[in-house]
Ligand binder design. Sequence first.
Ligand SMILES: [Zn+2]
Length: 103
Amino acid sequence: VKLTDLNPKFFTLGHWASPHIFAIGLTFDCPCCRDRRLAVFFDTPIDPDNVAKTFMEPWTPTLLNHNLWKRSGDTFDTLTLTPSIDASAHGHWHGFIQNGEIR
Ligand SMILES: [Zn+2]
């Protein structure tokens, strides 16, 4: 299964109103049931225009006080996240997103 089959969406800061892309995390349909949305926060935002540097004080997602996933790739087709995403405590999927593939 590809990530793109699971209605992926990037999300941004709650009050982000700029046209610049600034994605701090990803939501997607749970691969096991496609009935729940799973969400992960990135350790490094997707920030092609470098707005974090331009408009904000040095900003780090750790301020959000969430678990963070190490991200590489900045599109749904190339995204890799580590470590695994584990929703098994809630009876849902546990696996990896690697190069846009659900594993
Ligand atoms: Zn599920």
